[in-house]
Design a protein around this ligand. Structure first.
Ligand SMILES: NC(=O)c1ccc[n+]([C@@H]2O[C@H](COP(=O)([O-])OP(=O)(O)OC[C@H]3O[C@@H](n4cnc5c(N)ncnc54)[C@H](OP(=O)(O)O)[C@@H]3O)[C@@H](O)[C@H]2O)c1
Length: 438
């Protein structure tokens, strides 16, 4: 029987998970695929590094060419991460007629268009289920299950690290820095957590999801992105008083006017909403189809075994295509690259939503009246307002929290710039969108 022969580039968290899964599920995988999956070579970077016991030492190599240059290898699995050298390896594999399975959202969001075009040109597959939401099969759902529908919105929590941090802040009333340190200690955040907490990772994932959902040619630069670094324990507490929790939301909507609305930012979501109950490292994605209506996918968006599961599922799909000589049967992004649409994206300033605003002010007469007057001048209507009781001495600032009616982003930002200049305002006002549709 012909085996599907693979070369693994990367032997870290995900790579070692893949080797474990291929070993433990070898029998069922062979029955389902109709052929065994044979690992020919595993490439890592650091010689002498300790690996899990199920990593076959005799397969380890430290030179990517030992995989890319092996004519026997059908599929290259790229789980190194980052743009380079991973991008160069993926390009080389595709150019040499090998199918590729990757978990690399950074690479696909930034350089995916050229890579998918190359795969189509060479008649090979480029699969990427693990690149978005780890173990949750959202790519397959968008690409295959919803192929008869027209997706109007994708909304979700797609970064487990930031969700873990926000969940700890919410549950334990601790500040951002303390929750981040706890996430790092628990292994949920890397030593450099920048892309997770600044919204960059969620933006990569949203770019990939929106490309599939709307059949449009999109880049991360089309997404309005804000991170969670400025969320404080006081914002969590105040949001709770109004019946909300704060989540990092990724949203992609097709607007009736034909524009796409693409955003990643922290948002207040109602405590009663499903997304509010997605805690810790879990992910969840709402898909709204014109025919299907709303549907929800939830599960582990990261971790060795959920991510390995998605990679190996892709390997089975790719292997089936190879065995039947049907590579490229399913367009990887729902349509062939040349049929992706050019869609205009709504500028961030045009977005309309209610807002949570927090002003740190001196507790003295007329400060609130001046804030209200500036908001009114920019057509920002107040829906609710509370002022914290002063805890310390007479010169200590107090927090005033305002919930607005729906307001345009650019009008609100202009009002806040003016308010920041008023006397009695102690620090830059905080503004967080309220997402009632969550
Ligand atoms: N971790 C998750 O839960 C998760 C979830 C979804 C998607 N992903 C994606 O999966 C990919 C891998 O993530 P990971 O967490 O497994 O990363 P990781 O633990 O840091 O592993 C990276 C692996 O790549 C190897 N490597 C680095 N540079 C290399 C080079 N120049 N040549 C050959 N090998 C090289 C490293 O070698 P050494 O071992 O010798 O250092 C290591 O084995 C990334 O794209 C990530 O975004 C990860």
């Amino acid at each position: 029987m012909r085996a599907i022969r693979i070369g693994l580039l990367g032997c870290g968290v995900v790579g070692q998970g893949i080797l474990r899964l291929l070993h433990e599920h070898a029998g069922s995988l062979e029955r389902r695929l109709g052929a065994p999956i044979e690992v020919r070579r595993v490439v890592a970077k650091t010689e002498g590094k300790a690996r899990a016991h199920h990593v076959p030492a005799e397969l380890l190599a430290f030179d990517a060419e030992s995989v890319l240059g092996d004519p026997e290898i059908d599929v290259v699995v790229e789980v190194i991460g980052g743009l380079e050298p991973a991008g160069r390896y993926v390009r080389t594999a595709l150019e040499r007629g090998k199918s590729v399975v990757t978990a690399n959202k950074f690479l696909l969001a930034e350089e995916g268009h050229a890579l998918f075009e190359l795969a189509e040109e060479r008649g090979v597959d480029l699969y990427f289920e693990a690149a978005v939401c780890g173990g949750i099969p959202v790519i397959r759902v968008l690409r295959e299950a919803l192929v008869a529908d027209s997706v109007v919105a994708v909304r979700g929590i797609v970064n487990g690290t930031s969700n873990y941090i926000l969940s700890r802040m919410q549950q334990e009333k601790i500040d951002y820095a303390v929750a981040l340190a706890a996430a790092q200690e628990a292994g949920y955040a890397e030593a450099d957590p920048s892309l997770d907490v600044n919204g960059g990772d969620a933006t990569h994932k949203l770019t990939i999801l929106a490309t599939l959902a709307f059949g449009a040619k999109l880049l991360p630069s089309h997404v309005t992105t804000e991170g969670i670094e400025h969320i404080s324990a006081i914002d969590m507490k105040m949001a709770e008083r109004f019946g909300y929790v704060i989540k990092l939301l990724a949203t992609a909507r097709s607007l009736p006017v034909g524009l796409l609305d693409l955003r990643v930012h922290p948002a207040l979501v109602p405590q009663s909403s499903v997304l509010a109950s997605i805690h810790g490292a879990l992910n969840a994605v709402y898909l709204e189809g014109a025919m299907l209506g709303p549907s929800l996918l939830s599960g582990y968006g990261a971790g060795a075994m959920p991510t390995a599961m998605s990679v190996v599922s892709d390997l089975v799909d790719v292997g089936r295509n190879i065995l039947r000589d049907a590579r490229g049967r399913v367009p990887q992004r729902t349509v062939p690259s040349q049929l992706l649409l050019r869609r205009e994206v709504q500028p961030a300033g045009m977005h309309v939503s209610p807002y949570y605003l927090r002003f740190s002010v001196m507790d003295r007469p007329n400060v609130i009246a001046k804030i209200a007057s500036v908001l009114g001048a920019f057509d920002v209507a107040i829906h609710q307002m509370i002022q914290e009781a002063r805890a310390a001495g007479p010169r200590a600032p107090v927090n005033v929290v305002v919930l607005t009616h729906p307001t345009r982003d650019d009008a609100l930002r202009s009002a806040l710039r003016e308010i920041q200049m008023l006397s009695g305002i102690v620090e830059a006002p905080r503004a967080i969108r309220i997402e009632t549709a969550a």
